[in-house]
Design a protein around this ligand. Structure first.
Ligand SMILES: Nc1ncnc2c1ncn2[C@@H]1O[C@H](COP(=O)(O)OP(=O)(O)O)[C@@H](O)[C@H]1O
Ligand SMILES: [Mg+2]
Length: 308
């Protein structure tokens, strides 16, 4: 058994991190132009860690992996992602990526980004499997990014609508939102906010008999297609709704879509509304999980509840 331990890098780890970076990058085949990683030294790494931090992985106590962080705006950049070749194939890189994403979320950053070389398809594939998408190519450098989930505490129904309304401003035709949460959690309330933001016609309600309803835009924007899959028998009935026909032209929201609607769209926002055990507390927790390339370049940000 390999015992992996990922830790926040400190100034005490500088020499070990320099060693891991050098082991990793000198084992890589030489590219043209070559990586500048081998010019990292104790001074540059110490400065990077002091400014933005980084990670060190120990495998059975021995330094095995490292990366350096950099923050630019809302983005956490992963630099010098390194696994000592003697420790490859033991999940060192995966463990580091998981921790780096946690760091990004804790720091309130909405995307994680890194540069991979176009000549190294296995590396690119590693990142793709973890949900990273190509957002830009600069010569030999592929810029890969992933949007981070965001979590919001929502005190009132009006706050829930306000979040939907703000989010609507970032949506465009073709976007899909999959809402989950218990009955009464606030999925329809959130959708009402979306409808207000998209300036669509008609009241948005929890339909009793209607499974899918189209709310046309009053402002020349995309329509809102509101699906309540609560009574849907399964994926076959979802197919019967023929959402594909409207998907590209509308913003589609599927309540109770979890486990059903994912097949509709590789790009989507999974939105989970939960309420605590205390019946007297109306506070909801809202988790927005961006999935797919659509969100990789922009990330998701909601600022309406940030009090000044
Ligand atoms: N913080 C809150 N967020 C969302 N809804 C809330 C909140 N506090 C109270 N509510 C109320 O809870 C109910 C949520 O119902 P609804 O949105 O229809 O849930 P769902 O569609 O998930 O079944 C509404 O009556 C709403 O006014
Ligand atoms: Mg509902």
């Amino acid at each position: 058994m390999t015992d992996l331990h990922v830790m926040d890098a400190t100034s005490d780890n500088v020499d070990q991190i320099v060693a891991v970076i050098h082991h990793a990058f000198s084992a890589r085949r030489v590219l043209d132009p070559p990586s500048t990683a081998l010019s990292e030294n104790a001074t540059t790494v110490a400065a990077a860690i002091a400014q933005y931090g980084g990670l060190l992985v120990r495998s059975n106590g021995v330094p095995a992996g490292a990366m350096l962080f950099e923050e630019i705006g809302d983005v956490l950049n992963l630099r010098r992602v390194s696994v000592d070749p003697r420790h490859q194939g033991h999940g060192v890189a995966s463990a580091m990526v998981g921790c780096a994403e946690e760091v990004a979320v804790q720091r309130g950053l909405n995307r994680v980004q890194l540069i991979a070389r176009v000549e190294l398809p296995d590396t690119v594939e590693f990142w793709r499997r973890r949900g990273y998408s190509l957002v830009e190519q600069q010569d030999h450098n592929l810029i890969l990014a992933k949007a981070m989930p965001i979590e919001l505490t929502v005190p009132t129904a009006d706050d829930m609508r306000a979040i939907g309304e703000e989010l609507a401003g970032r949506l465009r035709a073709g976007d899909v939102l999959v809402l989950s949460g218990d009955l009464g959690a606030g999925k329809t309330t959130f959708t009402q906010g979306l409808g207000a933001g998209l300036k669509v016609r008609g009241d948005i309600t929890s339909p009793t008999f209607v499974i899918s309803r189209v709310h046309p835009s009053l402002a020349g924007g995309p329509a809102l297609v509101h699906v309540d899959a609560y009574r849907l028998g399964g994926i076959a009935e979802l197919d019967d709704l023929d959402l594909d026909a409207s998907l590209d032209d509308a913003v589609t929201v599927v309540e109770w879509g979890h486990g059903l609607a994912e097949s509709l769209a590789a790009d989507r926002l999974d939105i989970v509304v939960t309420r605590g055990d205390d019946d007297t507390d109306e506070t909801r927790e809202l988790r927005i999980i961006p999935v797919g390339p659509r969100w990789a370049a922009s990330g998701v940000r909601v600022s309406v509840l940030e009090k000044n």
